[in-house]
Design a protein around this ligand. Structure first.
Ligand SMILES: *Cc1c(COP(=O)(O)O)cnc(C)c1O
Length: 223
C-alpha cells in the first residue's frame, strides 16, 4: 500500500518536473530528481529502486554506510550524492561511499578530499556549496570568495567540480538567490546546479536547476 502511494507521488513529480522543463525558458533540459532519503525507512528506498529510480542523496555518513553498499550490489547504476556538512575526519569514508559530494565548502575539505581521492586513484565528483544568503549558521563558500575557491578547486588533480549547490535563506523569496546561482554556473561553465527542495523546487527549475533535492514532498515526513 505504501509502495503504491509512493509510486503515484513519484510519477506525479516526474510529470510535473517535465512540464516545468517544457514551459520555462530558463530551465535545464534534463532536471534530475534527487531523492533525499535521510531518516527514511529502507522500504521506501527499495520501492523507488524497484520503480527504476537511481538518484539519491544522504546527509549523514552514519546512515549512508549502512545501506548503500548493499543496495549497489542489488541495483546497478545508482548515483549517490552527499548533501550534508562533511567533517574532514570522515573524508576517507565519504570518498569511498559517494559518487558526488555536493558540499565542498572550505579549503581544508578541498585538500582532504584531494588527498584521499589521489590515494585511492579516484577522481571525486564534487559541487561547491555556496553560502548564498551569507548566513553565519550555514556552511558554504561566501559569494565574494567563490572565484578564488573555484581556482583552487580546478587546480586539484583528483577533484572534478561539476556544479554548484545552495540552500537559500528561510523565509525569503528564493528566486533572486537562484538567479545568482545560475549566473555563476554559466560563468564557470559548470554542468550542474543543485538547488530547490520540497518547498521551492518549482521556482528552482524555473531558474535553471539541474538537480532538485526532494525529501518530504516525495517520501513523506521523516522519522
Ligand atoms: C533535507 C534536505 C533536503 C530535502 O528537504 P525537504 O524539504 O524534505 O525536501 C534537501 N537538501 C538538503 C541539503 C537537505 O539537508
Amino acid at each position: 500500500m505504501a509502495d503504491i502511494i509512493l509510486s503515484d507521488t513519484y510519477n506525479e513529480l516526474l510529470n510535473e518536473v517535465q512540464s516545468l522543463q517544457k514551459t520555462c525558458p530558463l530551465s535545464a533540459d534534463n532536471v534530475v530528481l534527487l531523492a533525499v532519503v535521510k531518516q527514511q525507512p529502507d522500504d521506501k528506498i527499495i520501492a523507488l529502486l524497484e520503480a527504476g529510480h537511481r538518484y539519491f542523496a544522504e546527509n549523514r555518513i552514519e546512515e549512508a554506510r549502512c545501506r548503500w553498499p548493499d543496495f549497489r550490489i542489488t541495483y546497478p547504476n545508482i548515483e549517490l550524492h552527499h548533501i550534508g556538512a562533511l567533517q574532514s575526519g570522515k573524508v576517507r569514508e565519504a570518498v569511498g561511499l559517494y559518487d558526488v559530494i555536493e558540499t565542498l565548502d572550505r579549503h581544508s575539505l578541498l585538500h582532504a578530499v584531494q588527498k584521499e581521492a589521489q590515494r585511492i586513484g579516484k577522481v571525486q565528483r564534487c559541487y561547491v556549496q555556496v553560502n548564498i544568503g551569507e548566513e553565519l549558521q550555514k556552511s558554504g563558500v561566501l559569494p565574494q570568495q567563490l572565484e578564488s575557491f573555484m581556482i583552487q578547486a580546478h587546480a586539484a588533480s583528483h577533484i572534478i567540480v561539476e556544479g554548484l549547490m545552495c540552500i537559500p535563506p528561510e523565509g525569503k523569496a528564493p528566486a533572486p538567490y537562484f538567479a545568482l546561482m545560475r549566473n555563476w554556473q554559466r560563468q564557470y561553465k559548470l554542468p550542474a546546479l543543485s538547488m530547490g527542495m520540497s518547498g521551492d523546487y518549482a521556482t528552482a527549475i524555473r531558474f535553471g536547476a539541474t538537480h532538485i533535492r526532494l525529501g518530504t514532498r516525495l517520501l513523506g515526513e521523516r522519522s
